[in-house]
Design a protein around this ligand. Structure first.
Ligand SMILES: Nc1ncnc2c1ncn2[C@@H]1O[C@H](COP(=O)(O)OP(=O)(O)OP(=O)(O)O)[C@@H](O)[C@H]1O
Ligand SMILES: [Mg+2]
Length: 312
């Protein structure tokens, strides 16, 4: 059984001593303290370690029975194969002891970006996505992600909701259930492509580093796919951050990653929104407080955008 915290994340002291010693040995200094940044819903260790010599290193760790270890190893491979200049931190190393695995990543210094209309961070993120998806992924990256199924490609929810519509389902969604189900069914066939896909873009999976600017972290769901996935994923996040849905809908129409593929973009957005609507209503998983409440908010934001893309 994976080791789970009773609430929130595992702490540095929850990591078995042999792995802590292995890390300190590999990093060349003792760990002076460990800070768990806010954000995310995972239960594993994800902490900024401050070393006795003042350096900082970001470490994710879980026991090897925990599916998060496979996800962390996938992320490590991805970080090692992204093209130069990609908005991602460097991989420092993978360390194993006592049937646990830790991935050490270069520490980014700064807060999560502010995606609200008052900040320039959303514009910067939008521009990063254009750059990231304007050419095909490098061969090494494509090979690295090819052995892990794309979670983006399997997003769905509307068919299940249509089979037994919940009483609290948004009336707009209820009216359009046949169309939403049809669009979501089209998504898996459209989900293939040769571009880099981060696959889980939210403000808490980005850091606005004081030197590098907005940088994407948590590449555990990275895959290849059509250029539109990350840009369409970011759109509901902008709505959650206070942008008017009409403004975001227009941005989505104009962005280079989504403008040329309106059908694929709509199918993805519908599938993502269906996933949120369905999952928000499921029992909360252990070790992920706040996830269902977030999914309810994201479901509403996604639906507001979907409304601009459906046939009347
Ligand atoms: N390289 C880094 N440097 C500094 N802080 C980071 C770095 N990578 C991630 N973080 C911070 O740590 C938090 C958790 O990291 P991350 O999202 O990678 O963990 P996770 O367990 O996979 O998260 P999730 O709960 O989203 O699945 C992020 O929200 C971010 O604030
Ligand atoms: Mg995260």
């Amino acid at each position: 059984m994976p080791v789970l915290p009773t609430s929130g994340r595992l702490r540095w002291t929850d990591v078995p001593a042999p792995l802590r010693a292995r890390l300190e040995d590999a990093l060349g200094a003792a760990v002076a303290d460990a800070v768990t940044p806010p954000g995310g819903f995972g239960h594993q260790l994800a902490a900024a370690l401050r070393l006795a010599d003042g350096r900082r290193v970001f470490v994710k760790a879980a026991d090897d029975d925990d599916p998060l270890t496979a996800a962390n190893l996938h992320e490590a491979t991805v970080l090692g194969t992204l093209p130069p200049g990609a908005p991602a931190p460097d991989l420092l190393g993978i360390h194993r002891a006592a049937d646990w695995t830790a991935v050490a990543i270069a520490h980014l210094d700064g807060p999560h970006p502010d995606l609200s209309p008052a900040s320039g961070d959303a514009g910067q993120t939008w521009a990063l996505l254009d750059k990231l998806t304007s050419s095909p992924a490098p061969a090494a990256y494509t090979a690295a992600v090819s052995t892990t199924p794309s979670t983006a490609a399997t997003l769905h929810g509307w068919a299940e909701l249509a089979a037994d519509p919940p009483t609290d389902l948004d009336p707009g969604a209820r009216t359009h259930l046949p169309q939403l189900t049809e669009l979501e069914a089209a998504w898996p066939a459209l989900a293939h492509g040769d571009r880099i896909v981060h696959g889980d873009l939210r403000a808490d999976n980005m850091v606005r580093d004081h030197t590098l600017g907005v940088t994407f972290v948590d590449w555990a769901h990275a895959t290849t796919g059509p250029a539109c996935i990350d840009t369409a994923s970011l759109a509901p996040q902008l709505v959650l951050a206070g942008h008017a849905p009409a403004d975001v809908a227009r941005l989505l129409q104009d962005h280079p990653a989504t403008a040329d593929s309106p059908e694929t973009t709509t199918a993805f957005l519908v599938a993502l929104t269906g996933h949120w609507h369905r999952n928000a209503r499921r029992p909360a998983p252990p070790g992920a407080p706040g996830l269902r409440a977030y999914q309810h908010r994201a479901a509403a934001a996604g639906l507001a955008l979907v409304g601009y893309r459906l046939r009347p």
